[in-house]
Design a protein around this ligand. Structure first.
Ligand SMILES: [Zn+2]
Length: 274
């Protein structure tokens, strides 16, 4: 079975503050190492669970954070940006048996959640699908669902684990820290987190044939609230977009992937607001 692992940074054990996840800070090299070791734990667990091959997708920021020499040599790595059209799920296809999300975090606007945001903390205030706020985990799980691929494991802070457990059928979760605030957490030791992730990945891959893909029913209403009205001015350039408020855009479609592409287009356009 081919296994796809999407690895973000905000939900890695030992990480709580924005400086730790920002390239250029003195803490960043250590965060890259922590991220790489949690990815390795998921890769090791995947092979223990019966994976035939593993692709790791670096899914944080500029998406070339994982330390290649230190990454498990059995895994292939997808890196670089901008990754379009699937971003944190770039390279996923129907040939994969299961997807695992490591280092994930809660949606923008979640209370007591470490570094909560949805795709872009600078531009997107809230992302909704059919009226419900969606986290990155839910958006990406629905992308996987379009290929018939289920999500077997979500690791990260306690808030995203709670959401994933409720929303994604049969998913296993590993909470590596409890969020006390947007930049404060009580974390497991990295070695304890890795052991739990390895075990979770093995169980998720071993039990993947029992999982159901996440397929929210269409048609889909994709909505974003932008941080500023100037961002909404730019997002309105996307054909088919409707402006339903000073900072709110709406796009309706039968095709989830088309809606997801529109979301990414809004995000990239909004980032040009001066
Ligand atoms: Zn991130």
């Amino acid at each position: 079975m081919k296994v796809f692992i999407s690895v973000d940074m905000e939900g890695i054990a030992g990480i709580a503050h924005g400086r730790q996840v920002s390239r250029g800070s003195d803490d960043y090299p250590e965060s890259r190492r922590l991220m790489t070791e949690e990815a390795n734990a998921a890769v090791a667990g995947s092979f223990e669970g019966g994976a035939s091959s593993v692709v790791v997708n670096d899914s944080h920021g500029d998406m070339y954070n994982l330390l290649q020499e230190a990454l498990d040599a059995r895994a292939e790595l997808t890196l670089g940006s901008p990754k379009v059209p699937l971003s944190m799920m770039q390279g996923l296809g129907p040939e994969f048996g299961v997807a695992l999300f490591v280092g994930y975090h809660a949606a923008a606007g979640t209370e007591a959640a470490v570094l909560d945001h949805t795709y872009s903390g600078r531009t997107l205030h809230d992302v909704r699908v059919n009226g419900e706020s969606f986290s990155e985990a839910e958006l990406n799980a629905a992308v996987a669902g379009t290929f018939g691929v289920p999500v077997g494991l979500v690791t990260g802070d306690d808030k995203i684990c709670e959401v994933a457990f409720k929303r994604l059928p049969g998913v296993r979760t590993v909470a590596v820290k409890e969020g006390y605030g947007a930049a404060v957490a009580r974390s497991l030791h990295p070695s304890a987190a890795r052991a739990a992730i390895r075990e979770g990945a093995a169980a998720a891959v071993g039990g993947a044939s029992d999982l159901e893909p996440f397929r929210p029913p269409g048609p889909y209403r994709f909505e974003v609230d932008l941080m500023r009205s100037g961002m909404a001015d730019l997002c309105f350039l996307v054909p088919g977009s409707r402006r339903t408020g000073p900072r709110t855009l709406l796009f309706e479609t039968e095709d989830f992937l088309e809606g997801f592409r529109c979301l990414l287009a809004w995000m990239y356009l909004a980032s040009n607001d001066s």
